[in-house]
Design a protein around this ligand. Structure first.
Ligand code: SF4
Length: 378
């Protein structure tokens, strides 16, 4: 059953998903299930009016979480079947569920602002804090070509540009108090600022303040960040966070410069590779992650990349490319099911061989990590 469910996730990520009118009307008028919020990307190839609610994720077979990335041309459609949401493909219809809407959404924090403008629930069990909500690569068109942070923040988001530690800490406290046991981790992430050391330290400071406010909880604290230029700063993560992820996105050197011009010109690929080595030395094998986007380079090249990092003790974390409205790659094709399945199998081998675990286990809606860890690729 796991193979089938994971295969369905691949099909959905490889095609995106459509919604019937009837389903959209039903979803608009309900508050039981979480609606899509856009803290760092549009996520959809076409955006329905911003007032229309669509699901953020689906849960397949009660266990595998997958993104609901809208694509009006997808042969997979969420419909209403006897009044309940279901996934339809051809003549086949299967039951699906959605993560529940966090009880804390619409709660006012002590300064009167809404909980969800500071914190987004992601993949059912992750509390996501995205700050800053701007990336300087957008200032002169050097952003990563798949990234839609600019469009998301300009048009579809009410998230704060800069999240403050006291309010984020308060939001985490509220979330865990009202839904005890649901949330497993806090994930910090954000756009890049020109001073890489300062940007990295800002994330650590935010993490520290959120953690100080929530000492009684069992949450894990993870960070996705550009690496600092001063590698001695990796020491500061030790004892504070659990897992550190840095996104190279693309392994092939030429394609890295093509897809991620800002990262390639200002940080550079050689410095990135050295940063991973330095981070593993400080934090240990299995505690540092290399983020990739599957669909940016040929299969052989991303496989070479995940092998390279696996051997180094760095866990490959792979997100599946989705063409986002507002990004340079809004019309680029998604990777095929075969591509993803072969890649997933290779990841499984590496995870098993090295004893790796996923960064956000059970929560990565666009990622193959949990499925690789579970050995879900046939
Ligand atoms: S570093 Fe790239 S992916 Fe990250 S926010 Fe900036 S442009 Fe987007």
């Amino acid at each position: 059953m796991l193979f089938e469910t994971v295969n369905l996730k691949l099909k959905l990520l490889s095609n995106g998903i459509n919604f019937s009118e009837e389903f959209l009307e039903h979803f608009q008028n309900q508050t039981k299930h979480i609606e899509k919020r856009r803290a760092y990307g549009t996520g959809d190839s076409v955006i329905l009016e911003s007032s229309i609610h669509t699901p953020q994720e689906m849960i397949l077979d009660g266990q595998i979480i997958t993104a609901a990335n809208y694509n009006p041309s997808s042969p997979y459609q969420i419909v209403l079947a006897q009044g309940h949401p279901a996934l339809k493909h051809g003549s086949k219809t299967i039951k699906i569920t959605f993560p529940s809407r966090p009880i804390s959404y619409e709660t006012q924090l002590s300064n009167g602002e809404l909980f969800e403008t500071h914190l987004t629930v992601y993949g059912n069990s992750t509390l996501g804090i995205f700050s800053p909500g701007h990336c300087y690569y957008f200032n002169n068109g050097r952003e990563c070509k798949f990234c839609s942070l600019g469009a998301a923040r300009e048009n579809f988001s009410d998230h704060k540009m800069r999240i403050k530690g006291d309010l984020a800490g308060e939001a985490v406290e509220i979330a865990t108090k009202v839904e005890s046991g649901r949330y497993k981790r806090v994930l910090f992430n954000g756009g890049t600022i020109p001073n890489y050391d300062k940007g990295y330290l800002m994330h650590l400071d935010l993490m520290k303040r959120v953690k100080e406010r929530n000492t009684a909880s069992n949450l894990d604290y993870h960070l996705i960040s550009m690496p600092p230029k001063d590698f001695r700063l990796f020491e500061r993560f030790k004892g504070l966070g659990h897992k550190l992820s840095m996104s190279l996105e693309v392994f092939n050197a030429d394609l890295f410069s093509e897809v991620c011009p800002g990262k390639s010109q200002d940080y550079t690929r050689p410095r990135f590779l050295s940063a991973f080595e330095a981070a593993v030395e400080v934090l240990g094998r299995g505690n540092v992650y290399a983020g990739f986007v599957a669909g940016m380079e040929p299969l052989e090249s991303i496989i070479e990349g995940i092998e390279y990092f696996g051997n180094m003790g760095v866990v490959p974390a792979v997100a599946v490319f989705h063409p986002d409205a507002g990004s340079h790659y809004s019309t680029k094709a998604r990777p095929s099911v075969d591509f993803l399945n072969t890649l997933g199998k290779k990841m499984s081998e590496i995870y098993q061989r090295e004893g790796f675990r996923p960064l956000i286990e059970g929560s990565g809606r666009n990622s193959l990590d949990t499925e690789a860890y579970l050995g879900g690729f046939a």
